[in-house]
Ligand binder design. Sequence first.
Ligand code: GCW
Length: 622
Amino acid sequence: MALNAVEILSNSSPDYYFNTIKLIENKKGFSNPEAYTITVDSLDHSLTVTSPSGQGLLYGALSLYRPGNGKNHTDYPRNEIRILNHWDNLDGTIERGYAGKSIWNWDTPLTEDQISLYNKYALANAMAGINGTVLNNVNASPNMLNHDKLERVAEIADILRPYGIKVYLSVNFASPSVIGGLETADPLNKEVAKWWKDKAKEIYALIPDFGGFLVKANSEGQPGPCDFGRTHADGANMLAKALKPFGGKVMWRAFVYSPSDPDRAKQAYAEFNPLDGKFDDNVLVQVKNGPVDFQPREPFSPLFGGMTETPLIAELQITQEYLGHANHLAYLAPMWEEFFEEAPSDNIKGVAGVANIGDNENLTGHPLAQANWYAFGRLAWNPQLKSEDIIEEWAEMTPWLNLDETQMPEFKKMMCESREHVVDYMMPIGLHHQFAWGHHYGPQPWCEIPGARADWLPKYYHKADKNGIGFDRTVATGSGATAQYPESFANQFENPKTCPEKYLLWFHHLDWNYKLPSGETIWESLNRHYDSGVDGVAEMRKIWQNLEGCTDPDIYKDIENRLLTQHKDAIWWRDGCLEYFGNISNLKPSKLSMHTLEDMIPVELGIDNYTNPSKELLDSKR
Ligand code: GCW
């Protein structure tokens, strides 16, 4: 691999004072191909990075940008695959993208600006330890595999390669019939298998180190092997055989929820657990962190611990589909840290993150959402890192932030508490999926769409009535989802007395006046959390005011405005949920609401799934 760490380093040198920095490739003593060791000779101010590979040398060299790393140490990635998933479409839109249009140009010759942007993108990824990227949406256009598009993929791969980043593509399972002219896409059909083999050959002729395919099959209307009476394993293995001769991998998503069980949270496990051990060795099953869908808080998916014979990729969402899009400040590392702490991880071999990157000047919409991109990479590299350390690293390395010693703790506090505030003002104590239809911005616990799938509607999840609230997933009286977990977790989740409070209404339907160990009732606890979420955002605004001067005035103002929108949204969330649930239960919110249900219910933002609602739009609606 043509890595050039020296060149990258010499473009902008780290702060450390070293007369010489040596990079030595040496396989001896290393078992992980991407590991590196740094040794410092303090007498002559020289530093040596040693690694078995160019890739490791690059990581070692780039690690010098992180504060305090210019000392003797060794590091290595705990996961082999650390990959971004772009949900970018060929027409430039990004599904759940809130930072503008796609950075990938599929149609016209690449401009100098685009090439320079792709280089910066690659360097930012390498600095975070990311080593792969899936360029297109999992809702994949079959046209992605047309030759002209593959030539562009090859150009992009050439730019990313020096930074140690492999490209992968999402593929549409019906491609052989849609663009290949075959009558079927049945994975057991010989011509179909041959079509994929030929396609793989064509791809590898252009991109010798192509990473492989990511597949969303038989999910949300996407085609897949089940259309032909075959299993997910049949589909994945057929593709795996096409890629195998070239060293490619198949990342097969487990985000499926065909209504085979009345509880959506059980469906992926029900479909995939019986297939454990049936996949070829170059297949990884990619599982979202939670059993439903990237909610601000979910217990881990039972497929972690439930697929012991299959290598898994944990899929996280960096883009904030369910956490206020690019308007809300939500530093996501604490959420991912929680996942890595709780989920059985023996079979996790990779971590994927749905990218929050678009062509906005700052690439992520909310300037501080850059930290989520970085934190994703760092946790994929080492899931045991602490979110508060990662944010400090990021802040110290970020050229547009200048925090002095007194400001840093305040900044860290604001960032590290931000996600919990979002959980509090959106869906505390295990409530989930109370989002507005389609775009998922703002609350809609009242939502009704004639003819819609029940499990796309908030009422299916909150199940509130005059007596109580929550989804009963116990074996004793509910859907039995708790039984999908390893025994120790199953027992803990099954009993409302031992179930962690943060997951209470995820697993239990409880009376409004059910008493928590604190002595509070469910209703009181909900009120306290919603209020605390709103207060938390007010506090973040205050902290940000105190930090004025730590960044350029335009960026400061931009963040200040977004925090103001977040504050208004948090109030909207609290009022929407408490007024609605209060109306059902005949209980009064503890604080006076600023909005009435009559005001809130008719509001339609009128946005699609590709845009961040502007402050002006939101202000005009409330
Ligand atoms: O989170 C949901 C989103 C869809 C997405 C799907 C998935 C790409 O609402 O927009 O589709 O998950 O993960 O496949």
